[in-house]
Design a protein around this ligand. Structure first.
Ligand code: HEC
Length: 107
């Protein structure tokens, strides 16, 4: 019986921590969609922003880009997004950065 109680507490802890992560971090899948729709048009080979994929930076560099740089070269490019959108895009790029577990160019 005591074992059962410990198990339930442990499960509740795991569940609540994933919940916190999901709210705190961005939604990578949504970020991918937003990236393809809104960043990629300017960021393919030959376009004004030049080719850019998640692989262009490390995780740390992506975080720095979203927290500090904020698209300094043309700030308007980030202006139309909500904080949540930017978090999602940041998460997508972070999850597939060159030093991530799943490095990925984006289709
Ligand atoms: C309206 C066109 C446009 C859009 C939309 C756009 N960018 Fe850019 N981006 C640029 C241009 C222009 C540069 C500067 C390229 C250069 O320095 O030659 C740039 C530069 C960058 C850089 C390089 C910064 C550096 O010096 O390391 C990153 C990273 C970047 N953009 C990310 C994004 C992301 C993420 C999005 C979508 C949220 C986005 N861009 C949307 C035009 C755009």
């Amino acid at each position: 019986m005591k074992m059962m109680k410990i198990l339930i507490v442990a499960m509740a802890m795991v569940f609540s921590s994933t919940l916190v992560l999901a709210v705190d971090g961005g939604n990578s899948r949504k970020g991918k969609y937003l990236y393809k729709k809104s960043c990629k048009p300017c960021h393919v080979d030959g376009a004004e922003g030049g080719e850019l994929t998640p692989l262009s930076k490390t995780q740390k560099q992506w975080d720095r880009f979203f927290n500090k740089n904020k698209h300094k070269k043309s700030p308007d490019a980030l202006g139309k997004f909500t904080e949540k959108d930017l978090k999602d895009i940041n998460q997508f790029l972070f999850d597939h950065a060159v030093d991530s577990d799943q490095p990925e160019t984006c289709g």
